[in-house]
Ligand binder design. Structure first.
Ligand SMILES: O=c1ccn([C@@H]2O[C@H](COP(=O)(O)OP(=O)(O)O[C@H]3O[C@H](CO)[C@@H](O)[C@H](O)[C@H]3O)[C@@H](O)[C@H]2O)c(=O)[nH]1
Length: 464
């Protein structure tokens, strides 16, 4: 990809600002922060990206798109007693890898300080993932501002902050009323974000990393991959809590032009021709993010549900065990794809009308901006919070199952899929389309709010 500098972002002769970006190594965190890095480079910013050797490969598209403005800063992955050698990304171990990897990366503080102090042109600011809250103190020590990057919703940030502020209340009540928050949401304990639930469990040195979360809202600035259209009340709440306007809402990043992710060319040719041969809006896309693999019982139940729904589908599986004979029985109507597909490109295909999703935030944004009706099966992490936003606040999704271990009832699942993909899903599809249109405007129109906030963020680097 050739580097195209967007006009009007910096004068011809001015020196480009140099910032350092520190992603957290989980696909759902890393990929959107690399998308943001790409957008910053397009606007004339030079970026150093902190990475460990096992994650260097994810920088390749960025390094080839911006050979002169992106530099990788590679630090060895600090060992951790509960991580096998070679594990450097949550996707290698699943959601339980978050805490040990967070704890591990904390040990990079001194090496980063040394790197910073010996750099001939040290960065003027750090943008780091919200799972790296300790970088707030690091930035105070080296005297540069930290911008916290949130690859999650405003709603989730509000819920997390409420929980960490009220840990005794959370420990002693179930369900929990989050009375201080807009809409005063109620959550069962089992539906709270996993990171909160873990902090209620046996003390462990890794839990120090959770305490770092509160540092995020104290940071100099915050960058959110969300949109005011989706959750304006929670944005207003957070802005009020932070007490300043260095809050940059730049999402959905997946929809901003000249992105790193490509178009339908990135869909495998046999999948593309299968999609091309389907009626518009008829296909249900089934995928549960980058980490989750279903159990054998869950696979059996989902397969039977898909079979009974008589709906066309594409089901992307990681290590999941597909029942014998299933692919023959649904041949022509359904496709199982093993490994990785270019999800955004598939969702944007005109024949895809529904998305059976675990409600990971990136999948939510990709589903919303594709106008697909989301059939939610939240399992863990922030997914119950996201599902509440989609189903109860926005009315653009239906819940089909909940829980990471739950085995759905195939008959009911098949019925809900058939109904939502058919006549019964008309209303929710119309709302999804309306939200798609409004959300896209923020990132595609020249004066769209996310585009303006990106410019404002780059200008902010000029002030620090
Ligand atoms: O075959 C695949 C599978 C996934 N993806 C992409 O991988 C990302 C997956 O992200 P997400 O939907 O957020 O799910 P997880 O990978 O499960 O992400 C974790 O991180 C997210 C951000 O913090 C949380 O919202 C989730 O709950 C948490 O599980 C998306 O961009 C997908 O497009 C593909 O392109 N192809």
């Amino acid at each position: 990809m050739t580097e195209v500098l967007l006009p009007g972002t910096r004068s011809e002769n001015s020196k480009p600002p140099h910032v350092v970006v520190f992603p957290f190594p989980a696909q759902g965190h890393l990929l959107p922060l690399l998308d943001l890095t790409h957008q910053l480079c397009l606007r004339g910013v030079n970026v150093s990206v902190i990475v460990t050797p096992g994650n260097l490969t994810y920088l390749s598209p960025l390094l080839s798109a911006h050979p002169s403005s992106v530099t990788s800063v590679v630090f060895p992955f600090p060992p951790h007693p509960s991580l096998s050698p070679g594990v450097e990304n949550v996707k290698d171990v699943g959601n339980s890898g978050n805490l040990p990897i967070m704890a591990s990366l904390r040990q990079l503080r001194d090496p980063i300080i040394l790197w910073f102090r010996s750099h001939p042109n040290p960065p003027i600011a750090l943008i780091s993932d919200f799972f790296l809250g300790w970088t707030h103190d690091l930035c105070n020590q080296i005297g540069i501002p930290r911008f916290a990057f949130f690859s999650i919703s405003f709603f989730l940030v509000s819920v997390l902050q409420f929980c960490f502020d009220n840990i005794d209340l959370i420990k002693s009540t179930d369900p929990i009323h989050l009375l201080d928050l807009p809409r005063a949401p109620i959550f069962k304990e089992e539906h709270l974000p996993s990171i909160v639930r873990r902090s209620l469990q046996t003390p462990s040195p890794d839990l120090e990393s959770i305490k770092d979360f509160s540092k995020n809202l104290l940071s100099y600035g915050s960058v959110f991959n969300s949109s005011e259209i989706l959750e304006d009340d929670y944005l207003a709440y957070l802005k009020q809590r932070m007490g300043h306007d260095r809050v940059f809402v730049i999402g959905p990043l997946c929809s901003i032009g000249s992105g790193l992710k490509s178009d339908s060319n990135s869909i495998d040719s046999s999948l593309l021709s299968w999609l091309d041969g389907s009626p518009n809006g008829s296909v249900l896309y089934v995928c549960f993010g980058s980490q989750k693999a279903l159990t054998k019982d869950q696979c059996d139940a989902l397969a039977l549900g898909l079979e009974k729904s008589l709906t066309r589908f594409v089901w992307v599986v990681k290590k999941d065990l597909i029942p014998d004979g299933f692919e023959d029985r649904v041949s022509g109507r359904g496709l199982v794809v093993r490994g990785w597909v270019s999800q955004l490109a598939v969702l944007r295909h005109v024949t895809v009308g529904g998305f059976l999703s675990h409600c990971g935030w990136n999948s939510v944004l990709e589903g919303i901006t594709s106008g697909a009706v989301i059939l939610g099966w939240p399992m863990e992490a922030d997914q119950f919070v996201n599902a509440k936003l989609l189903v109860e606040h926005l009315g653009i999704a239906v819940r089909v199952c909940e829980g990471g271990e739950t085995v759905p009832d195939s008959v009911e699942l098949g019925r809900v899929i058939a109904e939502t993909m058919g006549e019964g899903g008309r209303e929710v599809a119309a709302r999804a389309e309306e939200i798609r249109r409004k959300t896209e405007a923020a990132v595609t129109e020249t004066n769209g709010s996310s585009i303006e906030d990106l410019q404002r963020l780059v200008k902010e680097f000029g002030k620090v």
